[in-house]
Design a binder for this molecule. Structure first.
Ligand code: NAD
Length: 478
């Protein structure tokens, strides 16, 4: 029978097959998978079931982005023949909606853990040696638990750069950005990575004057440049300012507001705004494993080193998610959680990092899988590239959603080496290419699969046709 217990020992059970530390997307999935395989499983969580992703990351940001998208649609209604009064926006109600979504989802996960017979301990987990976990409750009470297998899933925390002014008023990180009770008049985003661009799109759509300051020559620098350009163009069209090759060095208070100082391509620069969002990356959170580290746990700076079975160098200790930090994506953590749980239960499961979709929830949405064109051409100079613009897709035209394109790269045997999408429903659509890659399908199978008309999915097939120089809905010069 399932139990939920405080570390003070509301559950009398202290011996398990598998104990998971951290109930984020990696940890709770690992615990459920272990239970499905017949393990007596426990999960230790000090703050909130669902971790960063469900509580202060992916899910709440998607709830607010959904609201911002709906709100911004009103600008285009006139084009569609709908005459409406300009809408008003209430940030307090929007945040309440976001909180309701989070509660519903985290409540669902707690119920799933219980239904699967997983015991939940509320408290901070500490592992000083293999086989033993100490849970410290908020009131300081300690409970000792034992398990043959321990899965570490403590996640990550935002990097706090050591700038002067980082602790000042109105300097926020992603967690605080989700709790604002008013839309900032202006927002300076330090960093042009995934978190910054998602919040930039969110607050730009709600009316903030947004400035992005990124030290590299591109936002989301590891993604396909052509796809990122669409986002850059779109943000600029909507009034956002983007400064690339510009490294932030300090934040200060002035009577005009926050001032961010930086070194740009032509020397010193400064930006003034009401709020500063700091999003310069996240770092693994090796909390509660100092004892194990002393015991010889292999680390790479603060990340736990694992093999493709999610095993650390200490038998019986596994690590997953942002703590081992291969991609810092919730869906990677979830899959790693399943792999670790299966291996704890005697299986031989191997993690494959070659096919991991990379979604970015911006306006327009972006998503990629596999290699970029430059990476693919390095591997195979003969690689073929096909692109297809949304403007040539009937469903996109009908939906007034034609910004962006699809790009697909084929290897010499027609295999999919990579794909990137900017535009409608990109994070959902990329799944077709991910499945094709994982299943080792080639261009032929995608072309021979009938895609429903009129749908966005037809455009994926057209991009593959384009790579084979036979697109139907764009003219390709011979
Ligand atoms: P990031 O690594 O994606 O981006 C940080 C950016 O800050 C980099 O481009 C870096 O060059 C820049 N930067 C660092 N120091 C700077 C400085 N002094 N001045 C100017 N620019 C500077 O990190 P993030 O956006 O904080 O996101 C953290 C992690 O969370 C990422 O790994 C990401 O994968 C994950 N995440 C994913 C999603 C998603 O999948 N949609 C959404 C949010 C977060």
């Amino acid at each position: 029978m399932a139990t939920s217990a405080g570390a003070s020992g509301a559950s009398s059970k202290t011996e398990f097959d598998v104990i998971v530390i951290g109930a984020g997307p990696g940890g709770y999935v690992a615990a459920i998978r272990a239970a499905q395989l017949g393990a007596s499983a426990a999960v230790i969580e000090k703050q909130y079931i669902g971790g960063t992703c469900l509580n202060v990351g992916c899910i709440p940001s998607k709830a607010l982005l959904h609201i911002a998208e709906e709100y911004s649609k009103f600008k285009d209604l006139d084009t569609l023949g709908i005459v409406a009064e300009p809408p008003k926006f209430d940030m307090v109600k929007a945040v309440a909606y976001k909180t309701k979504v989070v509660k519903q989802l985290t409540g669902g996960v707690a119920a799933l853990l219980k239904a699967n017979g997983v015991t939940t301990f509320n408290g901070a987990g500490r592992v000083d040696e293999p086989g033993k976990v100490i849970v410290t409750a908020q009131n300081g009470a300690e409970t000792t638990l034992r398990a043959k297998n321990i899965i570490l899933a403590q996640g990550s925390v935002p990097i706090r750069p050591p700038f002067p002014g980082i602790d000042g008023k109105n300097v926020i990180f992603s967690t605080e950005a989700l709790e604002l009770t008013k839309v900032p008049d202006s927002l300076i985003c330090i960093g042009g990575g995934v978190i910054a661009v998602e919040f930039a799109c969110l607050f730009n759509a709600l009316g903030s004057k947004v400035t992005i300051v990124e030290m590299l020559p591109s936002m989301i620098a590891y993604e396909e440049p052509e796809i990122v350009k669409y986002l850059e163009k779109s943000l600029k069209k909507r009034g956002a300012q983007i400064h690339l090759n510009t490294k932030v060095e300090a934040i200060a208070d002035t009577p005009e507001g926050k001032v961010v100082t930086a070194t740009g391509p032509n020397g010193p620069m400064s930006f003034t705004g009401e709020y500063v969002l700091v999003a310069v990356g996240r770092t693994a959170n090796p909390e509660g494993i100092q004892g194990l580290i002393q015991h010889g746990l292999q680390m790479d700076r603060n990340k736990v080193v694992v093999d493709d079975h999610m095993r650390t160098n200490i038998p019986g200790i596994y690590a997953i998610g942002d703590l081992s930090g291969k991609t810092q994506l919730a869906h990677t953590a979830m899959t790693e959680g399943e792999i670790a749980a299966e291996n704890c239960m005697g299986h031989d499961a191997v993690m494959d990092y070659t096919v991991i979709p990379r979604p970015v929830f911006t306006f327009p949405e972006l998503a990629s899988v596999g290699l970029t064109e430059a990476q693919a051409k390095e591997k195979d100079p003969q690689a073929k590239v096909g692109t297809f613009p949304w403007a040539a897709n009937g469903k996109a035209l009908a939906s007034n959603d034609t910004e962006g394109m699809i790009k697909v790269i084929l290897g010499r045997y027609g295999e999919i080496l990579g794909a990137s999408i900017a535009g409608p429903d990109a994070p959902n659509l990329i799944a077709e290419f991910a499945l094709a890659m994982k299943g080792e399908l080639t261009a032929t199978e995608i072309i021979n699969t009938v895609h429903a008309h009129p749908t966005f999915s037809e455009a994926l097939r057209e991009a593959v046709l384009a790579a084979e120089q036979r697109a139907v809905h764009i003219y390709q010069r011979k």
